[in-house]
Design a protein around this ligand. Structure first.
Ligand code: ADP
Ligand code: MG
Length: 503
């Protein structure tokens, strides 16, 4: 098996390959609009309903039925476009994409080939190591989802479930600006994060609410930059499209194996054929599914049942005014206002529940310290219980209470962890826990001094050694902490031990 390792962020050196290669990747992401009703009917979109329970006459293509556009879905597409800093097309139109398949009763899918509702936008993809790439979005169009054929319920029959038929999808088409498997996953993760912030798609890949077709090609080092500068990618390597991926991990694996397959073909003197392929995670290979269809294969034409979709700038402006603060802006603000590191700010803005939990807790407190407690203690503890931040038994007020106790020197950071565990499991108020359990830090130097004197008197040999080697003072500090049940103020203990050993 060929081994793919990064040389630079772009050029890949493949063991066994004759030359270096770069990968070029473009993604078509299907994001299901978070809407209770379908794009052209009032049928429910609820996931997991009885088969064929959510089907209107127009979804099943009963004769004479006409589609009616769902304004809410249009609004979500506009909202998504604005969130991706894209141009909104006030005039767009629906086309019929004709093909025959049992799960498509109309015999065509209503989509927007020629005039999509959203034009060019962008997604900032950060790789976590300080590198980032701006991935262009070519367009977003609204279209209907198809139904589902079920082949594994009966040995002799196939079934069709039309619940998904006609559900609104936003197809978000990227430019071929993605340069490797990790970037592909990071792009998808960022897109999902933005959609979730916007509330336009729940981003759930397992239920199929978000899935991607991944286009992969290879080129000689430097070729991509050349075509990027010219804006015309049509002379880059021939691409293959890997269909219907709904796992970040599989997407990365599929890109790796597909790139290796193409490299082997080209270096063997062959040519990559443009086609649609499927990824088999068990065999770790992509397989040809069908040759590439062109637009004319689908006999696209404007849907005569639907008028062009005309929206007003004033409405777009209204939607713009209600956009929430988006991930990039929120992260920058967390770094600025709370003094967080890039990493901490990324973790805390990963989703809205985490970011609002943090902000509520950090109100009037040290940002960095709050970030540490939220990320290390709270997230760590929740993960152990496989709990979500929204189910946290420790509210921002309770966690804030613990942080206040540390800040006021009432308890040490170490005792605070015990208090946290008690609060986490019982919901008790941290200040009450400290009071009732007698966990208050001993800052009374008299009491600490007595404990230090006692340990020193009981260990003359250790004292002699420590006088020669000051590093051994730590042992005394440990003993004093033990003797005081961890409640002595560590700073005071350190100072007293050092002073006493010098006597
Ligand atoms: P088509 O109309 O044939 O579907 P598009 O121009 O719509 O082609 O592109 C489909 C997807 O393929 C886009 O996401 C685009 O970024 C990607 N793509 C285009 N050229 C390449 C290439 N050379 N390598 C990888 N992906 C590409
Ligand atoms: Mg396309």
């Amino acid at each position: 098996m060929l081994d793919l390792t990064y040389d630079t962020p772009k050029v890949r050196t493949i063991a066994g390959a004759k030359q270096d290669w770069e990968l070029v990747i473009g993604m078509e992401v299907h994001a299901q609009v978070s809407s209770n009703a379908k794009l052209f009917s009032a049928a429910s979109t609820k996931f997991g309903a009885e088969p064929n329970a959510n089907v209107a006459f127009v979804d099943s293509a009963m004769p004479g039925m006409l589609p009616t556009i769902n304004e809410f879905c249009v609004e979500q597409a506009v909202r998504t476009g604005l969130g991706l800093k894209a141009e909104i097309n006030l005039w767009s139109a629906f086309d019929r994409k004709n093909y025959f398949y049992p799960d498509l009763p109309q015999g065509y899918q209503i989509s927007q080939l020629y005039h999509p509702i959203v034009g060019e936008g962008e997604v900032l993809v950060e790789m976590g190591d300080g590198t980032a790439r701006l991935v262009g979005v070519e367009r977003i169009h609204l279209e209907q989802d198809a139904g589902k054929s079920i082949h594994d319920m009966d040995p002799n029959m196939s079934f069709v479930d039309l619940n998904r038929t006609g559900v609104a999808l936003m197809e978000i088409v990227s430019r071929p600006d993605i340069r490797g498997p990790e970037e592909a996953a990071a792009y998808l993760a960022k897109l999902r994060q933005i959609l979730r912030y916007l509330g336009t798609c729940n981003g759930d890949m397992q239920s199929g609410a978000m899935r991607a077709d991944v286009n992969v090609s290879i080129c000689a080092p430097g070729q991509y930059e050349k075509y990027k500068a010219s804006g015309d990618f049509s002379h880059l390597g021939t691409r293959c499209e890997i269909k219907n991926m709904n796992s970040m991990r599989f997407i990365q694996q599929a890109i790796e194996v597909e790139a290796k397959r193409q490299i082997a073909i080209v270096e063997g003197g062959g040519e990559v054929v443009q086609e649609t392929r499927l990824f088999d995670p068990d065999k770790q290979e992509t397989r040809s599914m069908r040759s590439k269809e062109e637009a004319h294969d689908y006999r696209y034409f404007p849907d005569p049942d639907l008028l062009p979709l005309v929206i007003e700038q004033a409405w777009v402006d209204e939607i713009q005014a209600t956009l929430p603060e988006l991930p990039d802006a929120k992260k920058a603000r967390f770094i600025n206002d709370f003094g967080l590191s890039d990493y901490d700010a990324s973790v805390l803005t990963a989703d809205l529940d985490s970011s609002s939990y943090f902000e509520e807790t950090a109100q009037g407190r040290d940002g960095k310290m709050t970030a540490n407690w939220v990320i290390n203690e709270l997230f760590g503890r929740l993960k152990k219980d496989e709990k979500d931040i929204s189910d946290s038994p420790v509210t921002p007020a309770l966690l804030g209470g613990i942080i206040d106790l540390i800040a006021s020197d009432a308890i040490s950071g170490k005792i605070a962890k015990d208090v946290f565990e008690i609060t986490y499991t019982t919901g008790r108020d941290p200040a009450e826990v400290v009071e009732t359990e007698g966990l208050k830090q001993v800052t009374d130097t008299g009491a600490i001094e007595a404990a230090v004197d006692e340990i020193i008197a009981a260990n003359p040999d250790q004292v002699a050694k420590a006088k020669e080697n000051p590093k051994l003072a730590g042992w005394f500090v440990g003993q004093v902490m033990k003797a005081t049940g961890g409640k002595a103020n560590p700073k005071a203990v350190n100072q007293l031990v050092a002073a006493k050993l010098k006597e």
